[in-house]
Design a protein around this ligand. Sequence first.
Ligand code: FCB
Length: 431
Amino acid sequence: MSSFSLRDGMELGSASAAAQIEGGEVEHNWMDWQRRGHIKDGSSPARANDHYNRWQEDDQLMADMGMRIARIGVEWARIEPQEGKFDQSAVNHYVAEVRWLKKHKIKPLVTLHHFTNPMWFEEMGAFEKRGNVQYFMRFVTKMVQAFGKDVTEYITINEPNVYAMLGYYFGWWPPGKKRFRKAMHVMSVLTVAHVQAYQLIHALQKGIGIAGTHVSYAMNMQVFEPENPHKFKHRLLAYVAERFFQASIAKAMTLGVFRWPIRNLGKIKNGLYCDFIALNYYSRVTMASMQSGTRKGVPVNDLGWEIYPQGIVECLRFLMQLHPLPIYITENGTCDNGDAFRCRFLFDHLQTLCKSGLPVKRYYHWCFIDNFEWLEGESARFGLVHVDYKTQKRTVKRSGEFYSQIIKQNGVTEEMYREYVEPQQYKINAK
Ligand code: FCB
């Protein structure tokens, strides 16, 4: 079938994170990581999209493309550049942006923590220490009070599993540590941070008479498969990776149910600690060792990640079986530097979602605009809008046009399929 309609009431928008788009010399752990020479192409988050100054141009473009929802981030290191000293102009900046969005009929979903820590927090051990959670809570209080009724949807922490594994087990991301036990400990501390933030946000909103605030954490999930299903070792590795990377932490953060290796460091009771399922989905991986791989002959993006649309539903089924809730796809997208297959990617993933019968309410494409992609820097383009980093000129890509049409048409028609999707093919993994 080459056409489909969006589910009733399903809304489409895009997602971003402050440090990846804003630019500026902001004292956070990723600026520090860049200064230490870790970014593959030598680029810096200090440039990015200069969104901190150009946000109105970007948000206007979003509105013109027909988006009615947007996931945006706030940068803790700007808001609290020194411990306990808040910069009111930064707070006001974000308040102005969410008000602008609302005025233009775009509903904001705000992410409070998306990989970056202010350097003072990083230096005191960040989420390695249970005792540091209080600093995050103070920041959350500040922002939720500042936004008040203007924001009624929050993501507490983005991809706690990715933050912990890449920063504390693989050591590729700041702070570059390589200890498995530490990574698991960080996940346990992040669970406390999420649960406390969940409760705090609800209490603060209730305190000022705002009902109907929705809070969750954004879970990164992958499909893990044994490279060779006939090999016991590969099957075991797939099981272990799935459990360590995502299953245990999802259970703890969603339900307050703890199983090894996640520990209950906050006397958290069994309960329900999210109001919607927030899934960030990109890919499927195979396991034959402790590092994941990609099967030969499968479609891949420009970073070599397998394109596996069915996986989005497989991951959702896991989360739905923990607890059935409305579904927000808080990130899904692909690195396609030439915008050569993003339309097909969009079609395949949206169609799979719409035909799954699952209650998918929101889809936030990653990302609105090409941006600073962590270790890859500026060399990995995920945007619906192209940026020329030298001139900062924005140009809507063909995939951006297609996305905008999907929103306006409430789905993909046969005609749109023929125009945007049919001519595109995925690259195949030859390795
Ligand atoms: C996710 C991150 C997001 C972006 C995409 C490509 O894991 O949450 O910031 O880097 O990957």
